[in-house]
Each structure stands twice: as structure tokens, then as C-alpha cells.
Unconditional design. Sequence first.
Length: 97
Amino acid sequence: MGAPVIIAKEMGLSHRDFFRTVASALGTEEFESTNTGVRLTTDERVLEINLGPERERRIALMVVPITQVTLRFTNYTEADVQTAVKRFDMRFKRGGG
């Protein structure tokens, strides 16, 4: 399976938003949680999600929380990474308009 796959994203969410949604994004509540992320271990596969510091982006009078999110997949196949990222993105997607 080779080297870990690392995916970094800048996401429009706070740490509180992340922790409120992460169980749905992972499809389980069986993960370890820390102040700066989570670790999900399934058999020999490990997914670590780390949160950077919270920041704000200002657009006119609107303030949007921003957090750098890093997903590190160890012992995942390429297909499993793609499936996990797709689920993660769908659960964190926000509507607007």
C-alpha cells in the first residue's frame, strides 16, 4: 500500500463545526478525539485528521471561519482514499444561495 496519502484542505469551518460533523463524515463514532483532530483505526488502516489554528476570512461585513484540515491515510488503497474523501466532502458541504 506504500507511503501514506496526505490531503490538505482549507475549509470554511470552526473547530466546533468540525467536531459536530466528523462522526457523520467518518461513518462511525469509534474514533479517538484530541483538541486538534481525530484518529480512526480500522484493522491496519489509520486515518488521522489534524486541524490547524482557526482563522477568519472577512468579505465585506461577512466573517467566515477558516481552518486548515489535513487528512493522512495510512494503509488505504487509492480507491478507499477516494471513497473516504468523497464522503468527508459531502458531509461537510454547506448549502447556500
